[in-house]
Write a protein that binds this ligand. Structure first.
Ligand code: AMP
Length: 222
């Protein structure tokens, strides 16, 4: 299975991608995580991306396209994956189409997770996440708090709030999202790949709805 998750910041793409990756044995490719790690390690890509990420703007297409192309052109390229946060623009979708074509990999489906803007602003402002690579669990102080305040349930790491998860930057990210999404949605709808799933409600219910539209209840390998 090869999935692309679309949706506004804080719609639950990361959470659902993590579940899909664990339960359906898919590689989870999150460009936000990749860029934050590059920024933390002060790589050339990280230094270039930082001002965009901090300001809630999209990093330039060529930077993120190169990161993805490099990942897919390696010998251990992912065959089964869930994309979380890429592509985000029409130019990225065109570049990704080409990368997949070159690798003879067809996407199975594109899932658009829909959540209203006001709910997004609330969710993201109250979001805390585990910074540990390989964990990256996220919490909401009211609807999904950790068992021990400020500590990750799964690995015991101290939770952090992302620098770009504040109401002002979230509003900027939503404007960016809305101005790019329609074209992206049209692109995948025209390919017959798009499925819309409501992103509000309990996490397991949303997961079940994704599985329902994918029509792949059985086993980890569908
Ligand atoms: P996310 O964790 O997906 O919310 O991404 C956090 C930030 O990383 C975004 O606000 C952008 O600055 C940057 N970013 C992540 N993915 C992309 C992408 N596909 N294109 C451009 N910028 C991205």
């Amino acid at each position: 299975m090869r999935l692309i998750l679309l949706g506004p910041p804080g719609c639950g793409k990361g959470t659902q991608a993590k579940l899909l990756s664990q339960r359906k044995h898919l590689e989870h490719i999150g460009t936000g995580d990749i860029l934050r790690e590059a920024i933390r390690q002060h790589t050339a890509a990280g230094r270039r991306a930082k001002p965009y990420v901090d300001g809630g703007k999209l990093v330039p297409d060529d930077l993120v396209n190169d990161v993805i192309a490099e990942r897919f052109n390696r010998d251990d390229r992912p065959e089964r994956f869930v994309m979380d946060g890429y592509p985000r623009t029409l130019a990225q979708a065109a570049a990704f189409d080409q990368v997949l074509r070159q690798q003879f990999l067809d996407p199975t489906a594109v899932i658009l997770l829909q959540v209203d803007d006001e709910e997004i602003i609330d969710r993201v402002s109250e979001r805390w996440s585990c910074p540990k690579s390989g964990c990256k669990a996220t919490y909401h102080t009211v609807s999904n708090p950790p068992k021990v305040s400020g500590i990750c349930d799964y690995c015991g790491t101290k939770l952090v709030q992302r620098a770009d998860d504040n109401p002002q930057t979230v509003r900027a990210r939503l404007i960016v999202y809305h101005s790019n999404t329609e074209a992206l949605v049209g692109h995948y709808r025209a390919q017959g790949l798009l499925h819309e799933v409501r992103g509000s409600g309990p996490i397991e219910e949303i997961y079940a709805n994704i599985i329902k539209v994918l029509n792949c209840q059985a086993g980890p390998t569908c």
